[in-house]
Design a protein around this ligand. Structure first.
Ligand code: NAD
Length: 512
């Protein structure tokens, strides 16, 4: 297999001059013409390393036209050929996983081991998509009526678009393009403008694998590009992952324009710890799930609900673990947690420590005091105890390394506050009582539930999605629901007529 050479050269740590990141349309890099661009930073150093072109509506249209032109050929490709290409993509992404991970670390900030984990979870979705010949199988009913067979088939939508967030610059696009392409759609990706390079590199890998030009396109940009996607008459389906206000906007605007839309939003994930739980296991889980990737995960635990008398022991066990966490550049193999994505985001996250203190929370650990020195967008880890549901630190999705502990007197109080929360993405329960765990899974209003598992991201052959304000639309991401989302059903009723039995019949067709 030949080497992909262009993109890794762009993954430099120090920038003499910010590199320019342009669009990928019809199988080639296309420079933007808007004159508008956004800064891309190396968050560990706090310096700008890139400038990403922001697309005009005309540039979005060029990508859509490339995808539209490629669609008839792509959808006609046999399932075995499409599957073969997906296997090749899988091999190339796997071979170049460290190059992809390096882009993630350099532009997002997450540590390399975490970035590799992100690529690995994305690879699982590509692997699932390799099974497309089986996944697209329809049903067949022979002799549904006398001499008549009925069967169902699923066909691609056409041109689909994906709009993705900064926190998983490789994996979340893979949730979308892998099943979309497998189903026979062509694709336009609008990745986050904060860390766009991984998508350009993946575009090269798809080309290298043999995906025809125009099947996969990347346009960069902000609201202008997103609105052009939402209003484009030739785009049939839109997948979105990002914050709740934007998810709601995407869902409403896309649906108004006649598109099929799935829009995954923000989260406030609770981890309920019952009095019988193993305190050390629960503390390890809470620390891992709250501070991994600096809390910039939609499945991060942001609230621990300590039930009954376990609260003091649990808070002490969490606190004891915090000074040992190693915070630093994601390229340093010793680092366990990197910086936040931008200076503005770091400062906003830090403001919740102050507001928590002002509103009566106990600041057990203050990340503002433990951030590494330098210009990087670092914040240390913070722990707020005695948080209540009226406080901003509880109500808002902080999306950073700030863990809140809410005390609850009973299981009923705990499940009540989880279910009253407007979000319903992930939730976890820590207990040794199987009966209560079963009751919890029955009671809780969330899309993904962990029983003694703090980050219950479903494996690729299930689907990923939340409830309530964490998802707009009917379909979850990847897995069986994505095959449904990226295809339309068609039912064929078929008779091979015997002219001898033909006659005129004006009655409504009935089975015989
Ligand atoms: P975001 O909503 O700011 O941006 C997501 C995408 O929308 C980006 O491509 C961005 O360019 C675009 N966008 C931003 N503002 C827009 C506007 N006004 N109009 C049109 N488009 C706009 O999200 P983010 O900060 O990049 O990512 C973090 C958020 O994503 C968090 O809320 C997190 O919970 C959520 N998230 C959710 C999931 C999930 O599966 N539910 C997964 C990952 C991230």
């Amino acid at each position: 297999m030949s080497e992909v050479i262009h993109a890794p050269e762009l993954a430099h740590e120090e920038a003499d001059e910010p590199k320019r990141i342009s669009h990928w349309i019809g199988g080639q890099v296309v420079a933007g013409t808007s004159g508008r661009s956004g800064p891309v930073y190396n968050p560990a150093r706090g310096e700008q390393t890139g400038a990403v072109d922001f697309a005009t509506p005309e540039e979005v249209d060029a990508a859509v036209q490339a995808a539209k032109a490629a669609f008839p050929g792509w959808r006609a490709l046999s399932l075995s050929r499409r599957s073969e290409l997906l296997f090749r993509i899988r091999e190339l992404v796997h071979t170049h996983r460290e190059d992809i991970a390096r882009f993630l670390t350099l532009e997002h900030g997450k540590v390399l081991s975490d970035a590799l984990g992100e690529v690995a979870r994305g690879l699982e979705v590509i692997e699932h998509a390799c099974g497309i010949p089986t996944l697209l199988q329809g049903r067949f009913s022979e002799q549904a009526s006398t001499g008549i067979d009925v069967y169902s088939i699923r066909q691609p939508l056409g041109v689909c678009a994906g709009i993705t967030p900064f926190n998983f610059p490789a994996m979340v696009p893979m949730w979308m393009w892998a099943p979309a392409l497998a189903c026979g759609n062509t694709f336009v990706l609008k990745p986050s403008e904060k860390d766009p390079s991984a998508s350009m590199y993946v575009a090269e890998l798809l080309q290298e694998a043999g995906v025809p030009d125009g099947v996969f396109n990347v346009v960069h940009g902000d609201k202008v590009a997103v609105d052009a996607i939402l209003e484009h008459p030739d785009i049939a389906g839109v997948s979105f992952v990002g914050s709740t206000p934007i998810a709601r906007y995407i869902y409403e605007t896309g649906a108004k324009n006649g598109k099929r839309v799935q829009a995954l939003g923000g989260a406030k994930n609770h981890m309920v710890v019952l009095p019988d739980a193993d305190v050390d296991m629960a503390a390890d889980a809470a620390v891992s799930a709250a501070y991994g990737s600096a809390g910039e995960r939609c499945m991060a635990v942001s609230v621990v609900v300590a039930v009954g008398d376990i609260g003091d022991r649990l808070v002490a066990a969490i606190e004891e673990r915090l000074p040992k966490l190693k915070i630093g550049s994601g390229l340093d193999p010793a680092s366990e947690m990197g910086p936040l994505v931008t200076r503005e985001h770091r400062d906003k996250v830090a403001s919740y420590i102050a507001s928590g203190a002002d509103q009566g929370a106990t600041v057990v650990a203050d990340g503002r005091e433990t951030a590494p020195d330098g210009d990087g967008f670092f914040l240390g880890v913070s722990l707020l105890d005695n948080v209540t549901t009226e406080m901003d630190a509880y109500r808002d999705e902080i999306f950073g390394p700030v863990l809140s502990v809410v005390r609850a007197a009973s299981y009923d109080e705990a499940i009540g506050l989880v279910n009253d929360n407007p979000y319903g993405n992930g939730v976890a329960l820590f207990t040794r009582d199987g009966g209560v765990a079963r009751q919890f899974q029955f009671d809780v209003s969330a899309g993904m539930v962990g029983i003694n598992v703090p980050i219950p991201v479903p494996v690729a052959y299930y689907s990923f999605g939340g409830w309530k304000a964490s998802l707009f639309g009917d379909s979850h991401a990847y897995g069986p629901e994505s095959i449904h989302f990226y295809t339309r059903g068609k039912v064929v009723t078929s008779r091979w007529p015997d002219p001898a039995t033909s006659k005129v019949d004006l009655g409504f067709p009935q089975t015989r």
